[in-house]
Design a protein around this ligand. Structure first.
Ligand SMILES: [Zn+2]
Length: 513
């Protein structure tokens, strides 16, 4: 209970409310009524605790139509709608488990159970899943008990997977109706699964030479963070690889960033990232400014900070920092959701437009103008593949916004997918590094010259001409911060200069080091 006051206070004051998402357990809408037991490997009876009738030679049912099929690996994706192939609202991910739901329209209520059979064929090998339901009404999204539900394992979903659904009636006779199967032809059709690959996050514990606390990066806490991030990201896997602890000699970031120490700490990690030629590794600086989350954030705080790369090829910018407290599920969830949010910025995501007009939400800056749902809502039903819980779109908001109850929209999920797939398609040969000078742009537009460091990979982003006092000019690339205003410009620099100007930003007066 010690966290109760934080639960109430954080959303009111926190700058990055991504860390304050603790409402899941009270607002989940429950689990499916049937876990779709599968036959054992020896071909005998299905999992007895599924309570299903075995796959049978029963005929197709009559008086019922398969109207829809969805697969939910985090967000509900339409596969079949109104009895026809649907335009998918988000990708289906290879190697990731999910909940497949079959929606039916009975012509009248049944009084006995029907057997749903789902056959997924992958690599030429069919696997049949079963689910039992007594259909009494037209299936609906909000009622898990109105659909045939199948828990599909990760290995059964690959790019070549086909599916066939049959609703059988153990009390039926004759050949039944072909509307009780999909496709109605009885011939399996492609499920349309795509490869995403994995998300690779290197976690750097950060220790402050001037004090502070110890970040929670032990195996138990990291395992808890991994599950939460994995639940949200459209990938076959998310890996969190804890690296050697870094000792940072700069200032410890303060709760509201009055000192600017957040940006300097992020910059410190960005330099390390820029010098790493790997295209697809995200650096995450995990730190604890004080001994406990409550002592740092008791009346609100900034929880994380990230730059926003302009594209997957901007991989030198794939670095973020965030608070890392663990030891209990509250702090683990706070830490993991901050990580998911900040690494989301690292995947090019701007903020989703949550709004303080909704209870336990606040209004971020830098929102995505293309975001499709009001108040940063998630739009469609979510599904937590780790905890097997549904996420009601009327209760949850997008991870890239500032609300307590976070899940992920199909929009954000789809955008993350494109980026992750691009990351995993990259050639690992990346060429030589170019030395860039970092120029901090403060929230008020003033400039401060930072360090020069090598950067691998092509640069893209918002371009600003940088003019040096020796007459030389070059194209700089601007990367805004997510939470604190301002950002920084990276520019290839001449050998000598004493001052510079960045088009559209204030003139620099200080002499660089
Ligand atoms: Zn943010």
């Amino acid at each position: 209970m010690k966290n109760l006051s934080i639960f109430v206070l954080l959303p009111l004051f926190v700058a990055c409310a991504s860390s304050t998402n603790f409402g899941d357990d009270t607002t989940d809408s429950g689990t499916p009524g049937d876990d779709g037991g599968t036959p054992g490997d020896d071909g005998t009876a299905p999992d007895p605790d599924a309570g299903n009738p075995p796959p049978s030679n029963a005929p197709l049912a009559t008086g019922i139509t398969v109207s829809g099929v969805t697969l939910n690996q985090g967000v509900e994706v339409n596969v079949v709608k109104n009895g026809a192939p649907a335009t998918k609202n988000a990708p289906l991910i290879a190697g990731r488990p999910g909940l497949l739901r079959v929606f039916v329209t009975p012509s009248s209520a049944f009084s006995h159970a029907l057997t749903g059979e789902l056959t997924l064929t992958t690599g030429g090998t069919p696997k049949t899943f079963t689910s039992s339901l007594t259909p009494t009404t037209t299936s609906s999204d909000a009622s898990m008990g109105s659909t045939f539900n199948f828990n599909v394992d990760a290995a059964s979903l690959a790019t070549d997977t086909t599916f066939l659904v049959k609703i059988k009636d153990p009390q039926g006779s004759g050949s039944g109706s072909n509307t009780a199967q999909y496709p109605t032809s009885g011939t399996a059709t492609s499920l349309g699964v795509k490869n995403a690959g994995s998300v690779k996050i290197n976690v750097y514990p950060i220790k402050f030479s001037s004090g502070g606390g110890t970040p929670a990066t032990g195996a138990i806490d990291i395992g808890a963070y991994q599950k939460i991030v994995m639940g949200l990201y459209p990938a076959a896997n998310v890996t969190l690889s804890v690296q050697s602890t870094l000792t940072y000699t700069g200032s410890i970031p303060d709760a509201y960033d009055q000192s600017g120490a957040w940006e300097y700490l992020l910059s410190y990690l960005q330099k390390k990232r820029a010098a790493d030629p790997s295209p697809d590794v995200y650096y995450y600086g995990a730190f604890a400014p004080s001994s406990s989350f409550a002592s740092f954030c008791g009346s609100g705080c900034i929880a994380g900070l990230s730059g926003i790369p302009s594209g997957p090829t901007n991989y030198s910018q794939k670095a973020s920092i965030g608070l890392a407290y663990g030891g209990n599920s509250f702090d683990q969830q706070s830490t993991a959701q901050t990580m998911a949010h900040e690494v989301g910025h690292g995947h090019g995501r701007e903020h989703s437009p949550t709004t303080q007009s909704v209870q336990y939400c606040s209004t971020p800056s830098g929102t995505d103008p293309s975001y499709p749902y009001a108040h940063g809502g998630i739009g469609v039903w979510g599904w937590d593949i780790i905890n097997q819980k549904a996420k009601d779109p009327s209760q949850f908001f997008d991870i890239m916004g500032y609300c307590e109850s976070d899940w992920i929209s199909d929009y954000t999920y789809g955008k993350l997918y494109s980026w992750i797939a691009a990351d995993n398609g990259f050639d690992m040969v990346t060429g030589d590094a170019v030395t860039y000078r970092q120029i901090f742009v403060k929230a008020d537009g003033t400039l401060e010259v930072g360090d020069a460091f090598p950067v691998y990979g092509p640069m893209s982003g918002e371009q600003h001409t940088v003019t040096f006092d020796d007459g030389h000019s070059a194209t700089g690339f601007y990367f805004p911060y997510d939470h604190v205003g301002g950002g920084y410009v990276l520019v290839p620099e001449p050998a000598h200069f004493t001052s510079l100007q960045v088009k559209d930003f204030s003139k620099l007066s200080a002499i660089p080091h």
